[in-house]
Design a protein around this ligand. Structure first.
Ligand SMILES: [Fe+2]
Length: 312
């Protein structure tokens, strides 16, 4: 691929997903690709180290108009000559497709998520009324992390920390003084993640957040989404001290007040527009449903599953 084109693609990637990417960590690269678009988009976390330049080709099932943000990730990996070690879903996302499977088909490195994902699979299997062919044992990923498990990213040691609440299966990842906290705390001016999806629990979320805030004040926290309040530039990194000092969902709160606030706030939120489309793909590790006899793939949409509009 043309070098100048690659450079432009890389700049576009950085511009588009700057709220979702984490670079330059101890001479390595840690990339987290989250919601890159407000419509159909992709997500996966990639833990990567540098390697000689390679050439990646797409080879997955997703049509190109649905995979453009995954393409940006692949282009960034290629442009920066990164070696990807893991593709990690921090949890099954409710508003965009996971790119884990798609990226895996190109990068051929292990996919992983938290071991509790099997509970989410069971829950949503019943909602979608899926048949026996849908397994709820987590084998859609190459590896299921357990609490406290350690793994390597190049020469660095990463440690898994269960942090449920937003979902039953959410995991955070600590590497040195950095913790990748996905949808728990957002930036200090943006509060916390909602806890009202099926299986979500505000009390659990508070306890997960409390564990994160037990790290030293200087610990760097990399959050999963940024909603840019007031139209400010995207941000993705804070510290424990900053969260304690200025996040209104944390400062001056205790478990009781947080749970009351979180539940009250969540009752007023509509369900994400794409929750029913994305969950049935994401509980399968990012796999689309198999084509039917006519070669067409179909998503199931359960009607009246929620007691409020699934629109946002
Ligand atoms: Fe989420």
């Amino acid at each position: 691929m043309d070098v100048e084109l690659l450079r432009q693609l890389g700049e576009r990637l950085l511009a588009l997903q700057s709220s979702q990417c984490y670079f330059g960590f101890e001479g390595r690269a840690v990339v987290s690709a989250g919601s890159l678009a407000h419509h159909v988009s992709w997500t996966a976390a990639i833990l990567a180290t540098f390697r000689p330049t390679i050439h990646l080709t797409r080879c997955a099932d997703f049509p190109s108009h649905l995979s453009w943000s995954a393409d940006l990730i692949l282009n960034h990996i290629e442009l920066n000559a990164l070696k990807v070690d893991w593709i990690i879903d921090t949890h099954p996302h409710a508003d965009h497709f996971s790119a884990a499977r798609d990226l895996n088909s190109c990068l051929n490195v292990p996919t992983a998520t938290g071991a509790e994902v099997v509970r989410i699979q069971e829950l949503w299997k019943s909602f979608y009324h899926l048949g026996d062919e849908f397994l709820t044992d987590g084998t859609q990923w190459d590896h299921l992390f357990v609490e406290g498990e350690q793994f390597k990213v190049g020469g660095m040691t990463a440690e898994v920390m269960f942090s449920p609440g937003h979902t039953m299966a959410s995991i955070s990842i600590r590497i040195g003084d950095a913790v990748f906290i996905h949808d728990t705390l957002f930036m200090p001016d943006s509060g916390t993640a909602r806890a009202d999806f099926p299986g979500g629990d505000a009390q659990q979320l508070w306890r997960s957040i409390s564990r994160i805030l037990d790290f030293p004040d200087s610990t760097r926290l990399f959050t999963g989404h940024d909603y840019q309040p007031g139209g400010r530039e995207p941000l993705w990194e804070s510290t424990v001290a900053e969260q304690k000092a200025s996040n209104p969902h944390v400062r001056g709160q205790d478990e009781t007040s947080f749970v009351r606030m979180r539940n009250s706030r969540d009752r007023r939120l509509p369900m994400p527009k794409l929750i029913l489309q994305s969950l049935q793909v994401n509980i399968a590790g990012g796999r689309l449903p198999e084509p039917e006899a006519n070669g067409q793939r179909y998503l199931k949409i359960p009607l009246n599953l929620f007691d409020r509009p699934a629109w946002s």
